[in-house]
Design a protein around this ligand. Structure first.
Ligand SMILES: [Zn+2]
Ligand SMILES: [Zn+2]
Length: 366
Protein backbone atom coordinates (compact mmCIF):
# COMPACT_ATOMS: atom_id res chain seq x y z
CA UNK A 1 0.00 0.00 0.00
CA UNK A 2 2.84 2.32 0.94
CA UNK A 3 4.62 1.72 -2.36
CA UNK A 4 1.43 2.48 -4.27
CA UNK A 5 0.96 5.73 -2.39
CA UNK A 6 4.54 6.64 -3.20
CA UNK A 7 3.97 6.05 -6.89
CA UNK A 8 0.79 8.08 -6.82
CA UNK A 9 2.63 11.03 -5.29
CA UNK A 10 5.29 10.88 -7.96
CA UNK A 11 2.76 11.02 -10.79
CA UNK A 12 2.60 14.32 -12.60
CA UNK A 13 -0.59 16.26 -11.91
CA UNK A 14 -1.66 16.28 -15.51
CA UNK A 15 -1.69 12.44 -15.62
CA UNK A 16 -3.92 12.33 -12.55
CA UNK A 17 -6.32 14.83 -14.03
CA UNK A 18 -6.52 12.83 -17.28
CA UNK A 19 -7.26 9.65 -15.30
CA UNK A 20 -9.93 11.45 -13.26
CA UNK A 21 -11.44 12.89 -16.41
CA UNK A 22 -11.55 9.43 -18.04
CA UNK A 23 -13.13 7.93 -14.95
CA UNK A 24 -15.71 10.71 -14.90
CA UNK A 25 -16.43 10.15 -18.59
CA UNK A 26 -16.92 6.39 -18.13
CA UNK A 27 -19.03 7.00 -15.06
CA UNK A 28 -21.13 9.47 -17.01
CA UNK A 29 -21.60 7.07 -19.94
CA UNK A 30 -22.35 4.10 -17.70
CA UNK A 31 -24.57 5.61 -15.01
CA UNK A 32 -26.05 8.63 -16.81
CA UNK A 33 -26.71 6.94 -20.13
CA UNK A 34 -26.36 3.14 -20.27
CA UNK A 35 -28.00 2.19 -16.97
CA UNK A 36 -29.47 5.02 -14.96
CA UNK A 37 -30.94 4.59 -11.51
CA UNK A 38 -32.22 8.13 -10.81
CA UNK A 39 -32.18 7.51 -7.05
CA UNK A 40 -28.38 7.24 -7.14
CA UNK A 41 -28.01 10.51 -9.04
CA UNK A 42 -30.11 12.74 -6.80
CA UNK A 43 -27.14 14.07 -4.81
CA UNK A 44 -25.19 14.84 -7.98
CA UNK A 45 -28.16 16.74 -9.39
CA UNK A 46 -28.26 19.05 -6.41
CA UNK A 47 -24.91 20.39 -7.50
CA UNK A 48 -25.50 20.56 -11.22
CA UNK A 49 -28.97 20.58 -12.78
CA UNK A 50 -27.83 21.84 -16.16
CA UNK A 51 -28.22 19.72 -19.28
CA UNK A 52 -30.20 17.06 -17.44
CA UNK A 53 -32.93 14.95 -18.99
CA UNK A 54 -36.18 14.10 -17.25
CA UNK A 55 -35.24 10.44 -16.78
CA UNK A 56 -32.23 11.48 -14.68
CA UNK A 57 -34.35 13.48 -12.25
CA UNK A 58 -36.87 11.18 -10.61
CA UNK A 59 -36.96 12.40 -7.05
CA UNK A 60 -40.47 11.23 -6.24
CA UNK A 61 -41.08 9.06 -3.21
CA UNK A 62 -40.93 5.31 -3.77
CA UNK A 63 -40.31 5.24 -7.53
CA UNK A 64 -38.56 2.10 -8.74
CA UNK A 65 -37.76 2.90 -12.35
CA UNK A 66 -34.38 2.18 -13.91
CA UNK A 67 -33.63 3.61 -17.36
CA UNK A 68 -31.42 2.33 -20.16
CA UNK A 69 -29.74 3.89 -23.21
CA UNK A 70 -30.44 7.51 -22.37
CA UNK A 71 -34.03 7.01 -21.17
CA UNK A 72 -35.14 5.07 -24.27
CA UNK A 73 -36.02 1.93 -22.29
CA UNK A 74 -37.11 1.42 -18.72
CA UNK A 75 -37.87 -1.31 -16.24
CA UNK A 76 -38.49 -1.43 -12.51
CA UNK A 77 -36.29 -2.58 -9.68
CA UNK A 78 -37.85 -6.00 -9.09
CA UNK A 79 -36.72 -9.55 -9.73
CA UNK A 80 -35.73 -9.33 -13.43
CA UNK A 81 -38.24 -11.94 -14.59
CA UNK A 82 -38.47 -10.10 -17.92
CA UNK A 83 -34.83 -11.11 -18.57
CA UNK A 84 -35.83 -14.74 -17.99
CA UNK A 85 -38.80 -14.28 -20.37
CA UNK A 86 -36.38 -12.87 -22.96
CA UNK A 87 -34.03 -15.86 -22.54
CA UNK A 88 -36.99 -18.28 -22.89
CA UNK A 89 -37.86 -16.54 -26.16
CA UNK A 90 -34.33 -16.33 -27.57
CA UNK A 91 -32.96 -19.78 -26.59
CA UNK A 92 -35.30 -21.97 -28.72
CA UNK A 93 -34.92 -19.67 -31.72
CA UNK A 94 -31.12 -19.87 -31.53
CA UNK A 95 -31.26 -23.69 -31.23
CA UNK A 96 -33.61 -23.79 -34.22
CA UNK A 97 -31.35 -21.63 -36.40
CA UNK A 98 -28.21 -23.58 -35.46
CA UNK A 99 -29.50 -27.18 -35.63
CA UNK A 100 -32.75 -27.37 -37.60
CA UNK A 101 -32.88 -24.51 -40.11
CA UNK A 102 -30.38 -26.10 -42.54
CA UNK A 103 -32.20 -29.43 -42.50
CA UNK A 104 -35.52 -27.70 -43.28
CA UNK A 105 -33.90 -25.67 -46.09
CA UNK A 106 -32.40 -28.85 -47.62
CA UNK A 107 -35.35 -31.24 -47.21
CA UNK A 108 -38.53 -29.11 -47.19
CA UNK A 109 -38.28 -25.39 -48.08
CA UNK A 110 -36.24 -22.33 -46.99
CA UNK A 111 -39.49 -20.33 -46.89
CA UNK A 112 -40.50 -22.16 -43.68
CA UNK A 113 -37.34 -20.89 -41.97
CA UNK A 114 -38.02 -17.36 -43.25
CA UNK A 115 -41.64 -17.45 -41.99
CA UNK A 116 -40.58 -18.73 -38.56
CA UNK A 117 -37.82 -16.13 -38.32
CA UNK A 118 -40.22 -13.33 -39.28
CA UNK A 119 -42.85 -14.33 -36.70
CA UNK A 120 -40.18 -14.81 -34.04
CA UNK A 121 -38.80 -11.31 -34.67
CA UNK A 122 -42.32 -9.91 -34.39
CA UNK A 123 -42.81 -11.71 -31.09
CA UNK A 124 -39.45 -10.57 -29.71
CA UNK A 125 -39.89 -6.94 -30.77
CA UNK A 126 -43.40 -6.85 -29.23
CA UNK A 127 -41.88 -8.31 -26.05
CA UNK A 128 -39.14 -5.65 -25.87
CA UNK A 129 -41.65 -2.90 -26.61
CA UNK A 130 -44.23 -4.08 -24.06
CA UNK A 131 -41.57 -4.74 -21.44
CA UNK A 132 -39.56 -1.52 -21.65
CA UNK A 133 -41.96 1.17 -22.89
CA UNK A 134 -44.07 3.62 -20.93
CA UNK A 135 -47.42 1.90 -20.25
CA UNK A 136 -49.14 5.27 -19.73
CA UNK A 137 -47.64 6.56 -16.51
CA UNK A 138 -49.36 9.70 -15.31
CA UNK A 139 -47.28 12.62 -14.05
CA UNK A 140 -47.27 13.19 -10.33
CA UNK A 141 -48.11 16.30 -8.28
CA UNK A 142 -50.49 17.78 -10.83
CA UNK A 143 -53.32 18.41 -8.35
CA UNK A 144 -51.67 19.59 -5.18
CA UNK A 145 -54.21 21.21 -2.87
CA UNK A 146 -51.82 23.69 -1.26
CA UNK A 147 -48.26 24.93 -1.33
CA UNK A 148 -46.02 21.98 -0.64
CA UNK A 149 -44.06 23.80 2.07
CA UNK A 150 -47.27 24.37 4.02
CA UNK A 151 -47.51 21.01 5.76
CA UNK A 152 -50.01 22.10 8.38
CA UNK A 153 -52.88 22.53 5.89
CA UNK A 154 -55.21 19.60 5.60
CA UNK A 155 -56.42 18.31 2.28
CA UNK A 156 -59.91 19.46 1.27
CA UNK A 157 -62.77 17.11 2.14
CA UNK A 158 -63.56 16.34 -1.51
CA UNK A 159 -60.16 14.71 -1.87
CA UNK A 160 -61.52 11.79 0.17
CA UNK A 161 -64.59 11.32 -2.00
CA UNK A 162 -65.21 9.09 -4.95
CA UNK A 163 -66.71 11.34 -7.61
CA UNK A 164 -69.26 9.87 -10.01
CA UNK A 165 -69.28 11.08 -13.59
CA UNK A 166 -72.27 10.79 -15.96
CA UNK A 167 -72.73 7.18 -17.11
CA UNK A 168 -75.12 4.96 -19.06
CA UNK A 169 -77.01 3.23 -16.27
CA UNK A 170 -76.80 2.47 -12.57
CA UNK A 171 -74.88 -0.76 -13.18
CA UNK A 172 -72.02 0.85 -15.07
CA UNK A 173 -70.84 3.80 -12.98
CA UNK A 174 -67.81 5.86 -13.95
CA UNK A 175 -65.95 7.09 -10.91
CA UNK A 176 -62.79 9.05 -10.30
CA UNK A 177 -60.72 9.21 -7.14
CA UNK A 178 -57.79 11.19 -5.87
CA UNK A 179 -54.47 9.36 -5.61
CA UNK A 180 -52.80 10.37 -2.39
CA UNK A 181 -49.44 8.97 -3.52
CA UNK A 182 -49.25 10.61 -6.94
CA UNK A 183 -51.23 13.72 -5.90
CA UNK A 184 -53.49 13.62 -8.92
CA UNK A 185 -57.15 13.11 -9.65
CA UNK A 186 -57.09 9.84 -11.56
CA UNK A 187 -58.83 10.01 -14.93
CA UNK A 188 -61.47 7.29 -15.55
CA UNK A 189 -60.02 3.77 -15.94
CA UNK A 190 -56.77 4.85 -14.28
CA UNK A 191 -55.41 2.82 -11.39
CA UNK A 192 -52.41 3.05 -9.12
CA UNK A 193 -50.02 0.12 -9.60
CA UNK A 194 -48.63 -0.86 -6.23
CA UNK A 195 -45.60 -2.56 -7.81
CA UNK A 196 -44.54 0.39 -9.99
CA UNK A 197 -45.92 2.84 -7.42
CA UNK A 198 -47.40 4.98 -10.20
CA UNK A 199 -50.82 5.77 -11.62
CA UNK A 200 -51.23 4.11 -15.02
CA UNK A 201 -53.85 5.18 -17.57
CA UNK A 202 -56.25 2.34 -18.52
CA UNK A 203 -54.27 -0.09 -16.38
CA UNK A 204 -54.98 -3.66 -17.43
CA UNK A 205 -52.64 -5.43 -15.03
CA UNK A 206 -49.03 -5.47 -13.84
CA UNK A 207 -47.32 -8.26 -15.78
CA UNK A 208 -44.54 -9.95 -13.80
CA UNK A 209 -43.22 -11.63 -16.96
CA UNK A 210 -42.71 -8.22 -18.59
CA UNK A 211 -41.73 -6.54 -15.33
CA UNK A 212 -43.93 -3.69 -16.48
CA UNK A 213 -47.53 -2.55 -16.32
CA UNK A 214 -49.86 -3.18 -19.23
CA UNK A 215 -51.83 -0.01 -19.76
CA UNK A 216 -53.06 2.52 -22.30
CA UNK A 217 -49.80 2.78 -24.26
CA UNK A 218 -48.72 -0.86 -24.47
CA UNK A 219 -51.96 -2.84 -24.21
CA UNK A 220 -52.28 -3.55 -27.95
CA UNK A 221 -48.54 -4.37 -28.12
CA UNK A 222 -49.06 -6.85 -25.28
CA UNK A 223 -51.99 -8.46 -27.14
CA UNK A 224 -49.95 -8.79 -30.33
CA UNK A 225 -47.06 -10.19 -28.29
CA UNK A 226 -49.34 -12.95 -27.00
CA UNK A 227 -50.70 -13.71 -30.47
CA UNK A 228 -47.28 -13.77 -32.15
CA UNK A 229 -45.79 -15.91 -29.35
CA UNK A 230 -48.61 -18.45 -29.61
CA UNK A 231 -48.20 -18.52 -33.43
CA UNK A 232 -44.44 -18.92 -33.03
CA UNK A 233 -44.84 -21.84 -30.60
CA UNK A 234 -47.34 -23.61 -32.89
CA UNK A 235 -45.10 -23.11 -35.92
CA UNK A 236 -42.02 -24.34 -34.06
CA UNK A 237 -43.92 -27.45 -32.89
CA UNK A 238 -45.12 -28.18 -36.44
CA UNK A 239 -41.64 -27.71 -37.96
CA UNK A 240 -40.06 -29.90 -35.29
CA UNK A 241 -42.64 -32.67 -35.79
CA UNK A 242 -42.16 -32.47 -39.56
CA UNK A 243 -38.44 -33.07 -39.03
CA UNK A 244 -39.01 -35.92 -36.57
CA UNK A 245 -41.63 -37.73 -38.68
CA UNK A 246 -40.11 -36.97 -42.07
CA UNK A 247 -38.92 -40.58 -42.36
CA UNK A 248 -42.58 -41.68 -42.64
CA UNK A 249 -43.15 -39.44 -45.66
CA UNK A 250 -40.21 -40.63 -47.78
CA UNK A 251 -39.87 -44.19 -48.97
CA UNK A 252 -36.07 -44.42 -49.19
CA UNK A 253 -35.22 -42.85 -45.82
CA UNK A 254 -32.24 -44.16 -43.86
CA UNK A 255 -34.28 -43.71 -40.67
CA UNK A 256 -36.75 -46.50 -40.03
CA UNK A 257 -38.08 -45.93 -36.51
CA UNK A 258 -39.14 -43.07 -34.23
CA UNK A 259 -36.27 -43.87 -31.86
CA UNK A 260 -33.76 -43.56 -34.70
CA UNK A 261 -35.35 -40.30 -35.76
CA UNK A 262 -35.10 -38.61 -32.35
CA UNK A 263 -31.54 -39.92 -31.99
CA UNK A 264 -30.70 -38.30 -35.32
CA UNK A 265 -32.64 -35.08 -34.57
CA UNK A 266 -32.43 -34.62 -30.77
CA UNK A 267 -32.77 -30.82 -30.90
CA UNK A 268 -35.95 -31.06 -33.01
CA UNK A 269 -37.39 -33.44 -30.40
CA UNK A 270 -36.38 -31.07 -27.59
CA UNK A 271 -37.90 -28.08 -29.42
CA UNK A 272 -41.13 -29.97 -30.09
CA UNK A 273 -41.59 -30.63 -26.36
CA UNK A 274 -40.44 -27.13 -25.41
CA UNK A 275 -42.81 -25.41 -27.84
CA UNK A 276 -45.79 -27.50 -26.70
CA UNK A 277 -45.06 -26.77 -23.05
CA UNK A 278 -44.32 -23.12 -23.82
CA UNK A 279 -47.60 -22.82 -25.68
CA UNK A 280 -49.83 -23.55 -22.68
CA UNK A 281 -49.56 -20.33 -20.67
CA UNK A 282 -49.53 -17.78 -23.57
CA UNK A 283 -52.44 -19.68 -25.15
CA UNK A 284 -54.54 -19.47 -21.98
CA UNK A 285 -53.62 -15.83 -21.55
CA UNK A 286 -54.49 -15.10 -25.18
CA UNK A 287 -57.93 -16.71 -24.84
CA UNK A 288 -58.55 -14.78 -21.64
CA UNK A 289 -57.61 -11.47 -23.26
CA UNK A 290 -59.57 -12.23 -26.43
CA UNK A 291 -62.60 -12.68 -24.20
CA UNK A 292 -61.99 -9.50 -22.19
CA UNK A 293 -61.16 -7.35 -25.22
CA UNK A 294 -64.34 -8.52 -26.96
CA UNK A 295 -66.14 -6.58 -24.21
CA UNK A 296 -63.60 -3.74 -24.10
CA UNK A 297 -63.04 -4.39 -20.41
CA UNK A 298 -59.64 -4.45 -18.73
CA UNK A 299 -58.52 -7.30 -16.46
CA UNK A 300 -58.58 -4.95 -13.50
CA UNK A 301 -62.10 -3.68 -14.27
CA UNK A 302 -63.35 -7.24 -14.72
CA UNK A 303 -61.92 -8.43 -11.40
CA UNK A 304 -63.10 -5.33 -9.56
CA UNK A 305 -66.61 -5.56 -11.05
CA UNK A 306 -66.71 -9.28 -10.29
CA UNK A 307 -66.09 -8.58 -6.61
CA UNK A 308 -68.43 -5.64 -6.26
CA UNK A 309 -71.23 -6.24 -8.75
CA UNK A 310 -71.19 -9.98 -9.36
CA UNK A 311 -70.86 -11.97 -12.55
CA UNK A 312 -73.78 -10.41 -14.46
CA UNK A 313 -72.31 -6.95 -14.70
CA UNK A 314 -68.63 -7.81 -14.41
CA UNK A 315 -68.09 -7.55 -18.16
CA UNK A 316 -70.19 -4.44 -18.76
CA UNK A 317 -68.86 -0.95 -18.27
CA UNK A 318 -69.76 2.43 -19.69
CA UNK A 319 -66.89 1.95 -22.13
CA UNK A 320 -68.44 -1.13 -23.72
CA UNK A 321 -69.44 -0.23 -27.32
CA UNK A 322 -72.06 -3.06 -27.37
CA UNK A 323 -70.41 -4.66 -30.35
CA UNK A 324 -67.90 -7.49 -30.17
CA UNK A 325 -66.30 -6.55 -33.49
CA UNK A 326 -65.97 -2.91 -32.45
CA UNK A 327 -64.48 -3.89 -29.08
CA UNK A 328 -61.95 -6.23 -30.66
CA UNK A 329 -61.04 -3.65 -33.29
CA UNK A 330 -60.60 -0.95 -30.64
CA UNK A 331 -58.30 -3.07 -28.50
CA UNK A 332 -56.24 -4.80 -31.16
CA UNK A 333 -55.95 -2.21 -33.92
CA UNK A 334 -57.91 0.98 -33.47
CA UNK A 335 -56.87 2.30 -30.07
CA UNK A 336 -54.15 4.96 -30.35
CA UNK A 337 -51.27 4.43 -27.95
CA UNK A 338 -51.06 8.17 -27.38
CA UNK A 339 -48.04 10.19 -26.41
CA UNK A 340 -46.12 9.67 -23.21
CA UNK A 341 -47.26 12.22 -20.63
CA UNK A 342 -43.79 12.16 -19.08
CA UNK A 343 -41.33 12.39 -22.01
CA UNK A 344 -38.26 11.02 -20.27
CA UNK A 345 -35.76 12.21 -22.86
CA UNK A 346 -36.89 15.85 -22.80
CA UNK A 347 -34.69 18.40 -21.07
CA UNK A 348 -35.36 18.84 -17.39
CA UNK A 349 -36.58 22.23 -16.19
CA UNK A 350 -35.43 23.08 -12.70
CA UNK A 351 -38.37 23.06 -10.30
CA UNK A 352 -40.62 20.88 -12.48
CA UNK A 353 -43.11 19.68 -9.87
CA UNK A 354 -43.75 16.38 -11.69
CA UNK A 355 -40.34 15.20 -10.55
CA UNK A 356 -40.29 16.64 -7.05
CA UNK A 357 -40.63 14.69 -3.85
CA UNK A 358 -43.87 15.68 -2.08
CA UNK A 359 -44.90 14.33 1.31
CA UNK A 360 -48.28 12.61 1.57
CA UNK A 361 -51.11 15.01 2.37
CA UNK A 362 -51.63 15.32 6.11
CA UNK A 363 -55.23 14.13 6.14
CA UNK A 364 -54.29 11.03 4.24
CA UNK A 365 -51.59 10.11 6.71
CA UNK A 366 -53.82 10.37 9.80
ZN1 LIG B 1 -51.10 7.01 -8.02
ZN1 LIG C 1 -46.92 -1.82 -12.55
Amino acid sequence: MKARRGIAKERPESEDSVTTRNEALWRKIFFNWLITDPCLLIDEHKEDAKHLKNYQVQNQEGLKYVFFCGGRFKTIKQKPINVLTGVLLVAPAVLFWIFDAKWLCDHISPSLVVIFTYIWFLSFSYFVNASTSDPGTLPRNVHLPYKIDDESTKAPEEYFSTVSLPYKDEHTPVTVRYCSTCHIWRPPRTSHCSVCNSCIAALDHHCIFLNNCVGQRNHSVFLWFLLSTVTCCILLAILSFVQIFHYLMVSNSEIKTFRESITKHPVAFLLAIYSLLGLVYPWMLLLCHLFLTSFNVTTREYLSNYQTRGTVYSLFTSFNPNSTIKSLYLNWLGKPNGVSLIPMRDSYTRGDMRFEKVNPLQSFTV
